[in-house]
Design a binder for this molecule. Structure first.
Ligand SMILES: Nc1ncnc2c1ncn2[C@@H]1O[C@H](COP(=O)(O)OP(=O)(O)O)[C@@H](O)[C@H]1O
Ligand SMILES: [Mg+2]
Length: 263
């Protein structure tokens, strides 16, 4: 659960202005969908939130504090493809989420911590509908299953903010509908703040509590790089969270358990 503030953020690559004048307050536990034409800077926006890129002007605050300059476990991410590691089993991919949460160098889990993490990973796999597939490799899973696995891996890190970059864009419509139900439930049951990029407006409106559109205010080809995209629409959607967060949710129990965190 985290509040996000963008305070007049710009992102430029050399002379190319990608984003400009982004000022935005996101409430804790919001589900924001980000839409806009290809190339307008949606992924760049997410990468700044992840800490992979820094603004060239302005600043980003998380819960009132300047954002850490590197990615950490407080922010999890799922990309459209290839978020999971092909050489690790389904279970090990999820366990890796926990190991990454702990530490870059000393992340390996042993003994009791590993047993407890394994229990949580199995519960999470059950929750995302991958029970029985624990010992398979990602290549033998369908696209929808791989994205469920990527979600489980991201959530296993115990993030406060979940960043999704067109995570369901490559899936067939029927599978996408199923994963929407799952996504909604995960968001409902946890304290996650979600920021999801999508090119699918119906997906944006059916999942999000707020839909934000990026657009360039001027788009003449000869001045394309002189003006960045900025927020052109910002629609609050009727809040439809139905449940309080579950106190026994695998994510919460993961965060609250000192043994699992290697303390
Ligand atoms: N590392 C980079 N160096 C230079 N230009 C970049 C870099 N990353 C993104 N861009 C440019 O920023 C613009 C926005 O890219 P992106 O954020 O990927 O857009 P979107 O996700 O909305 O399709 C594009 O013109 C892209 O070429
Ligand atoms: Mg993109």
């Amino acid at each position: 659960m985290s509040a996000i503030r963008f305070d007049n953020v710009w992102k430029e690559y050399g002379d190319h202005i990608v984003l400009e004048r982004i000022t935005l307050d996101v409430a804790p536990r919001a589900f924001v969908a980000l839409v806009g034409p290809s190339g307008c800077g949606k992924t760049t926006f997410l990468r700044m939130l992840l800490g992979e890129e820094t603004p060239t002007r302005g600043q980003i605050l998380i819960d009132g504090y300047p954002m850490p300059s590197e990615p950490d476990a407080d922010r999890g991410v799922v990309f459209q493809r290839y978020s999971v590691f092909p050489h690790l089993t389904v279970l090990d991919n999820v366990l890796l989420g926990r190991e990454l949460q702990r530490s870059r160098l000393l992340g390996r889990l042993f003994g009791r911590a590993r047993r407890e993490a394994t229990e949580q990973a199995l519960a999470l796999l059950d929750e995302v509908g991958l029970k029985g597939h624990e010992h398979k490799y990602p290549a033998s899973l369908s696209g929808g299953m791989q994205q469920r696995l990527a979600l489980a891996q991201a959530i296993m890190r115990g993030p406060k903010i979940l960043l999704l970059d067109e995570p369901f864009g490559a899936l067939d419509p029927g599978i996408r509908a199923d994963i929407h139900v799952l996504m909604k439930r995960l968001w409902n049951e946890t304290e996650l703040t979600v920021v999801m990029v999508t090119h699918d407006l119906s997906e944006a409106f059916s999942l999000a509590t707020r839909v934000i559109a990026f657009e360039r205010s001027r788009n003449r080809p000869e001045e394309r790089e002189r003006y960045g995209a900025t927020i052109s629409r910002d629609l609050e959607i009727f809040p439809r969270r139905v449940a309080q967060p579950r106190t026994d949710h695998p994510i919460r129990s993961g965060r609250d358990d000192p043994a699992a965190q290697g303390a």
